[in-house]
Design a binder for this molecule. Structure first.
Ligand code: N01
Length: 538
């Protein structure tokens, strides 16, 4: 039992929900600061997104040396990344190494789901009910959500979906055993990052692959490769400077690459094309880093979009297929995809692109997919249809403040203060919540920033004898307006992305993340320095 700072006896100072990268570091930090904590995790091991997303080709789109914790200098010196972009098994091994190294598992209940949590104002404590292996009711002073932004799989509501007699998969809930599509006729629905990474690999195995594409996507080659010992030694010698530089960059990664300092229209066409070509050859998100206004100016954006459209035309042999693969929306307003041989895959004789943009999928039948009136007989069907992003996993739980539940508070879309706190739900923090930069950044860097901010806040409360903290309504209203204002200055809201919740029918359209990590970090620091301005402490 812990009893720090107020009179109500509790089981733990803090309950942490989830044991992915956010939950693991939160647990580590709480221990370091002398708080008792318990994490509850649905999976049977740590890793979060990298536990679940085991589909063929799953790989991070932020480079491995950057997509890693910076909080422990020895950890980053000891761990050896083998590839420029780490594949899912390696990232999961890294998460497991972190759990072992810091003995985190002893404070995590696996295969256990937080079902509901009720805040009691009289005692300023949470009563948390869990289900699964460690089914019980626990009391804590604080509740921290580390459920992740992309953890609630989106199964589309296509008529007949459950009737399919073959094997069905979702990229975000992939089985733990090896799936071999050799000799099978396979359908993939969805051409976001997960589809674009898995399609080239499934195509190499399958007898035939049908790709059902509702919206074509822009993707840039990863040019993934092994990292050499010399490269790694160089990064490790400069790690602190690289991390520091990343903290100044909008997305929190890319320190090793040059960034443009002018707008795309300020240079002649041939200079701009040469710049895009150079960046295409480097690979990854770099493509959009050459100019300052790609996601701000439609005209500038169009130059980058045209460049990729030209590439598609050059790579894909059949002009009709190339045309169907060519997006017409703003580049970058859906997350840019990073691939290995994606467009080339459509030159294979065993791959058929089925353009369902105008027709959608009529229905799923026991034998396959019917789209545009044509039946496609399939042995296996892969849903690469993404996630109920940023709010899905939070709203699966019934989290209740004294007068309002999170579901009620967010009925018209998520509303937070700093993406960290919610008015009406005291003593509750969200790691990388909506209204914070989160998914627009190197997630591990954003996680570290939030965990450290929450840790400092809890220490300040302990030192100040405070038992209760809640975002005020005016501060939250102002924050929501601010996030909307920043988003509206960019091209992000111009297409149907999961950033807006547009991929889930019926979900309220709100641009959920906040562009720009460095100013956000300053705002969070200023709030803390001003005695947690915008939060009511009691
Ligand atoms: O999901 P998505 P994802 N009928 O939502 C289509 C991260 N991530 O899992 O565009 C037919 O992007 C949908 O079509 P449309 C990364 O942040 C990172 O691929 O809505 N199609 C779309 O094509 C990424 O952005 C990595 O018209 C339907 C696709 O399914 C995020 O996760 C790897 C449909 C969903 O694409 C999500 O990526 C993987 C329907 N009813 C993921 N419903 C890396 O680090 C949906 N679709 C590289």
């Amino acid at each position: 039992m812990s009893n720090q700072g107020n009179n109500a006896a509790v089981d733990y100072d803090v309950v942490v929900i989830g044991a992915g990268f956010g939950g693991m570091y939160m647990l580590y930090k709480l221990r370091e600061l002398g708080f008792s904590a318990r994490a509850f995790e649905v999976a049977d091991d740590v890793g979060g997104t990298w536990y679940w997303n085991r589909y063929p080709g799953a790989r991070c789109d932020v480079e491995s040396v950057e997509y890693s914790y910076s909080f422990d200098p020895q950890l980053q010196q000891d761990w050896v990344w083998t590839e420029r972009y780490a594949a899912q098994p390696e990232i999961l091994r890294y998460a497991q190494h972190v759990a072992d190294r810091f003995d985190l598992r002893r404070d995590i209940s696996f295969t256990t789901r937080v079902e509901e949590a009720q805040f009691d104002d009289a005692t300023a404590t949470w009563t948390v009910r869990t289900g699964g292996t460690d089914e019980r009711t626990v009391r804590s002073r604080f509740l921290v959500s580390a459920v992740g932004c992309l953890s609630s799989a989106n199964w589309p509501n296509i008529p007949g979906r459950e009737s399919f007699a073959g094997d069905t998969y979702h990229t975000g809930q992939w089985p733990h055993h090896e799936v071999d599509f050799t000799g099978k006729v396979v359908g993939v629905i969805g051409t976001g990052s997960s589809g674009i990474q898995s399609i080239p690999i499934i195509a190499r195995q399958a007898e035939h692959l049908y790709v059902f594409q509702r919206t074509p996507n822009y993707t840039v080659p990863a040019h993934n490769r092994p990292l050499t010992p010399d490269e790694l030694a160089d990064v490790k010698a400069r790690y602190d400077a690289i991390r520091e530089k990343n903290r100044t960059l909008s997305g929190g990664f890319g320190a090793q690459y040059e960034r443009g300092e002018i707008g795309a229209m300020e240079v002649p066409d041939d200079v701009r094309d040469a710049e895009y070509e150079k960046r295409w050859q480097i690979g990854g998100f770099n493509l959009l880093g050459g100019y300052t206004d790609i996601i701000l100016s439609k005209e500038s954006n169009e130059t980058a979009a045209q460049f990729v459209r030209r590439k598609i035309g050059e790579i894909v042999h059949d002009p009709a297929v190339a045309a169907a693969l060519t997006p017409d929306h703003v580049i970058g307003c859906k997350r840019l995809c990073i691939d290995t041989g994606y467009y080339e895959t459509f030159n294979r004789p065993n791959v058929t692109l089925v353009d369902i943009h105008d027709t959608g999928i009529d229905e799923i039948t026991p034998s396959g997919v019917r789209a545009g009136g044509t039946d496609y007989a399939l042995d296996a069907l892969v849903f690469a249809t993404g996630f109920d992003a940023m709010t899905g996993s939070l709203l699966k739980m019934d989290i209740r403040g004294p007068e309002v539940s999170l579901r009620e508070a967010w009925a018209a879309g998520p509303r937070t203060y700093l993406g960290l706190g919610v008015h009406g739900i005291p003593n509750f923090f969200v790691i990388t919540g909506p209204g914070s930069p989160s998914v627009l950044t190197n997630m591990i860097m954003s996680i570290e920033q939030h965990v450290e901010w929450i840790g400092d806040c809890l220490v300040a409360m302990r030192d100040g004898g405070h038992a209760r903290i809640e975002a005020t309504e005016p501060a939250q209203d102002q924050w929501v307006d601010y996030v909307n204002m920043v988003a509206s200055m960019t091209l992000f809201p111009t297409c149907n992305s999961w950033y807006l919740g547009a991929n889930v029918p019926g979900k309220t359209r709100v641009f959920m993340p906040l562009p720009g990590l460095p100013p956000y970090r300053e705002q969070c620091d200023a709030v803390a320095a001003n005695g947690y301005e915008g939060f009511a402490l009691a």
